[in-house]
Write a protein that binds this ligand. Structure first.
Ligand SMILES: *[C@@H]1O[C@H](CO)[C@@H](O)[C@H](O)[C@H]1NC(C)=O
Ligand SMILES: *[C@@H]1O[C@H](CO)[C@@H](O)[C@H](O)[C@H]1NC(C)=O
Length: 340
């Protein structure tokens, strides 16, 4: 069967080809005349096609494109107010111009529902002062949150942020959370990207995150974007784009200008605490909008990515890689506050 069918196809093709060429022969002279006439319009037609193609690539549709380039810089396309007292540890887009956010610091930790355009906190769930809120993700109708230096996490109802239950997970610490709708991805400040079963919270997979053979330490807030896990690298202005299959970093987003811009205008925000590091990525998949903010940043930015072409000034190693943060030895000294 297998050897018969290709030759059968081939002969069919040949016969149809010869039929086609017969037709061509009979009408070729008139066809040629027509073509010659239309050839005069070819440059015009080409121009129209180019215009149509360029028009298709308007800013709206460009938003949907995640460049494949290894290194991207950002352009701010919108800025929105952000609660400058929010020590952002988890951020996600919940649809309908709504964000969900988890904030840290003892006595100030919370889960909140925030209006994108105004930054107004619509629903607030304050946490017990024993807990330091960390990563947050939305799985179905439930928000999962982890806490710093503890294996304790919480599940909330997305509609009113009422607490469903407390859970324990198996990561050594809780820093970031994200989901692809199947599993939860977790980070604990090390270079490990964990996969957790959302129903049992058991660790079902682990990958060491690496860039050109270097381990990428201090993985913090996470977001799932187009098949990749994006991670803020703590104490840097870099977002690592990680392949969840093997932990390989497939690209970087470098955005030092956002924090620098805020620091330049810090006097305008003087009533607030100090502007801390970039932390918080939210992806609106439906509309292709990407948002970022930071700890105690008075702004949340909608950004677009632009590939950096040619040699990159300032190596990724220097900008984005840090020595490992040793959670155990810093236990109870609250280094995140000290380093604020
Ligand atoms: C979207 O948000 C607006 C304003 O907060 C609210 O009135 C509306 O009911 C929401 N729509 C959905 C589908 O949740
Ligand atoms: C929150 O919403 C859920 C349904 O989504 C409901 O069962 C629960 O009673 C609500 N809790 C509060 C405090 O309103």
């Amino acid at each position: 069967m297998a050897t018969l069918s290709p030759s059968k196809k081939k002969s069919n093709k040949r016969s149809s080809n010869s039929r086609y060429s017969q037709n061509m022969d009979s009408s070729s002279s008139s066809l040629f005349n027509c073509t010659r006439k239309y050839l005069l319009f070819a440059p015009f037609v080409a121009f129209v096609l180019v215009v149509l193609y360029v028009k298709r690539e308007t800013p709206e549709s460009m938003n949907f494109v995640v460049p494949t380039a290894e290194i991207c810089s950002v352009e701010v396309v919108n800025e929105f107010p952000h609660d400058p007292k929010a020590f952002t540890q988890g951020l996600l887009y919940g649809g309908n111009d709504t964000l969900f956010e988890s904030t840290g610091l003892y006595g100030k930790s919370s889960v909140r529902q925030v209006v994108l355009q105004t930054g107004k906190v619509e629903v607030l769930q304050e946490m017990n002062s024993r807990y330091f809120g960390e990563g947050l993700t939305l799985f179905g109708d439930r928000l999962f949150q982890v806490t710093w230096l503890k294996n304790t996490g919480f599940i909330y109802d997305r509609h009113n942020l009422s607490k469903y239950e407390k859970f324990n997970h198996q990561m050594p610490d809780g820093w970031g959370l994200a989901t692809d709708g199947q599993v939860l991805f977790g980070s604990d400040g090390s270079s490990i990207l964990y996969q957790l079963d959302p129903s049992t919270l058991k660790v079902i997979g682990k990958a060491t995150v690496k860039y050109k053979g270097h381990m990428v330490h201090n993985l913090n807030e996470l977001e799932y974007v187009n098949g990749e896990v994006w991670a803020n690298v703590w104490q840097t202005d870099c977002i690592a784009r990680i392949s969840p299959k093997d932990g390989i970093v497939v690209g970087w987003i470098v955005l030092p200008e956002l924090r620098q811009r805020l620091l330049r205008h810090e006097s305008e925000f003087q009533e607030i605490g100090s502007i801390d590091v970039l932390n918080g990525i939210a992806w609106d998949e439906e509309n292709g909008r990407l948002f970022v903010t930071g700890k105690q940043w008075p702004k949340l930015y909608e950004i677009k990515l632009h590939p950096i072409k040619g040699p990159f000034v300032g190596s990724i190693e220097r900008l984005c890689l840090r020595r490992p943060f040793i959670s155990q030895s810093h236990r109870f000294t609250h280094p995140k506050e000290i380093n604020a």
